[in-house]
Ligand binder design. Sequence first.
Ligand code: ATP
Ligand code: MN
Ligand code: MN
Length: 301
Amino acid sequence: EIEAPVELATTAPVSSGVKISNRGRVIFPEGKLTKGQLSDYYEAVAEVMLPWAGSRPISLVRCPQGRDKKCFFQKHDAGSFGEEVKHVGIREKDGHEEPYLFVDTPAGLLTCVQMGTIEFHGWGARIEDVEKVDRLVFDLDPDEGLDFKAVVSAAFHVQDVLAQMGLVTFPMVTGGKGVHVIAPLTPTAEWPQVKDFAHRFAMALAQAEPARFTAALAKARRAGRIFIDYLRNQRGATAVMPYSARSRPFAPVAAPLTWEELRDLDSPAHWHIGDGAELVKRARSKDLAHWGRADQILPDL
Ligand code: ATP
Ligand code: MN
Ligand code: MN
């Protein structure tokens, strides 16, 4: 079943060469999972993670003392990450430029892990031109207590409507509560156009199916429905990267999968940091080798 990888190296997992300190430190009290286990996971998946997560501005969820201790979301460094964690200057609203982070090597990824990173989040644009959007993402956020089956059928509905508009989409389970439906884009459209499309799409969906969807951010207004979070599609917003670990109990990971697999999946937190080898094998299989790849532009809405 497993075919030769497409556009991926055929060699054994690369070793980043980054020295990880405090390998025995427990980062996930549930299951007593350590910094060593987390870094081994990222060493394993670096090669299949970087084609998507590499070379785009990233934000980190860092929990140096463990996920149950102080964690912070970090967009910039103070130059303390060393040369493998690189900088791209991005213009802020007030006109001045800020250095954002990106990695494009296993060593860059693992340096972030050495610095206590659990999660990697990324922009929907590449460093070559951060104004040109290379993916549309609909983040399906279910109301508390809603069955995962409802999220799955909602994801299929989003897939269906986007397909009718000519967009190929790929699903990813987040390792948390939901699913991201992702449409790769040839980077031509800029943020205002993409945000406008996403917003109008979400509102149209909520209007057509008010019993299942809401486009309103307030949790109080979800009431048994799924919030179709279109806000991941605005300039500066991030979404969790494929293969990122999550700072949640038992260290689940965000995982790309096929639509067929999603149909019968039990949980959005199906894969964990112990599944690195399996995830790499999956990523190289013929069903997933082309995940997230499509040459397409936004249709009219
Ligand atoms: P779930 O499936 O549980 O919803 P998720 O990754 O989609 O998992 P959300 O809460 O829906 O989680 O999305 C939060 C998004 O907001 C993240 O993707 C992240 O990139 C972004 N974000 C922006 N600021 C922060 C912050 N301070 N802390 C965490 N996430 C942040
Ligand atoms: Mn979500
Ligand atoms: Mn969300």
